[in-house]
Design a protein around this ligand. Structure first.
Ligand SMILES: Cc1cc2nc3c(=O)[nH]c(=O)nc-3n(C[C@H](O)[C@H](O)[C@H](O)COP(=O)(O)OP(=O)(O)OC[C@H]3O[C@@H](n4cnc5c(N)ncnc54)[C@H](O)[C@@H]3O)c2cc1C
Ligand code: FES
Length: 255
């Protein structure tokens, strides 16, 4: 049966970057980092978002302004209501004692933020196009930052930073979320160095509970089999990093 969205009131809004805001709302119930909620704006649409903050009985969602839906979301203020259903999907399987590395590309960092404090020995790599897009600079002070345009940190990608770190140290587990090509390249590195790997895929999600097939990646439904997949599953998914499905169902091959 389709779960109906329930209306909740936004209780706080934080500006994270010029294009990114975090919306806090009350939530009680179990939630695994990496799972997502479907957020409904009445008369507009419903879209998936992960939880980026867990604070006692409040959760936070960090939203990057991209298109019509996220622009309308950014207009919401404390006291306004949104519809919510979930949590859905499979989150991260945390192995807290391993030497871990978290790799966030762009807004992908939001999905990893709630696991930072749960890992005992963690290195964070965050990449963005430019410095003003880097997230949580005050929240996590010790990050390896990189930007495409060199405005902050290393000039280059998170993959370059990971390769440089691996020349000096070893990680036992890597968690990643970001552009799929980035996650694919990290998967290849993990294969080469025999590192455990989990990645959260961003496929187009419509229903969010496994019936429409829109979020397919080689027979795996991102909404219920993922969004977090293990290396063993990613290796078997021929579409991972290579083919995506648009909102109209068209298969697009990425060079
Ligand atoms: C599991 C999951 C978790 C996500 N968590 C976050 C998050 O925490 N913060 C955040 O800012 N964004 C998150 N996203 C992406 C977010 O859902 C889209 O950015 C948002 O739907 C864009 O809508 P729009 O109308 O503003 O932009 P549009 O102009 O419609 O789309 C811009 C881009 O957003 C992506 N997108 C659009 N609609 C969807 C959809 N229904 N499902 C998946 N991707 C879509 C596509 O890549 C598209 O090219 C997540 C996506 C997934 C799949
Ligand atoms: S979004 Fe419908 S099956 Fe996954």
């Amino acid at each position: 049966m389709i779960e109906q969205p329930r209306m909740i009131n936004i209780c706080d809004v934080w500006e994270e970057t010029p294009d990114t805001k975090t919306f806090f709302f009350p939530f009680e119930g179990p939630f695994t980092p990496g799972q997502f909620f479907m957020i409904w704006i009445p008369l507009l649409d419903e879209k998936p978002f992960t939880i980026s903050y867990i604070q006692e009985e409040f959760l936070g969602i960090t939203v990057l302004k991209r298109g019509i839906f996220t622009q309308k979301f950014h207009e919401k203020k404390a006291g306004d209501s949104i519809g919510i259903r979930g949590p859905y999907g499979k989150g991260f399987e945390l192995q807290t004692d391993l030497r871990s590395c978290l790799i966030g590309g762009g807004i992908g960092m939001a999905s990893l933020a709630t696991i930072v404090d749960r890992l005992h020995n963690v290195t964070i790599i965050q990449g963005a196009k430019t410095s003003s897009e880097l997230l949580y600079r005050k929240r996590f002070q010790d990050m390896n930052l990189c930007t495409d345009d060199g405005t902050l940190g290393y000039t280059g990608t998170t993959v370059d930073v990971l390769n440089a770190l691996l020349e000096k140290q070893r990680f036992q587990k890597i968690y990643a979320c970001g552009p799929e090509r980035m996650m694919y390249k990290i998967s290849e590195i993990c294969k080469k160095h025999d590192i455990e790997y989990e990645a959260s895929l961003e496929r187009y999600i419509k229903c969010g509970f496994g019936v429409c097939g829109q979020c397919d990646c080689s027979g795996q439904r991102t909404c219920i089999d993922g969004p977090v997949f293990h290396q063993q599953e990613l290796i078997r998914m021929a579409d991972f990093g290579k083919i995506s499905i648009t909102k109209t169902g068209e298969r697009v091959i990425h060079p």
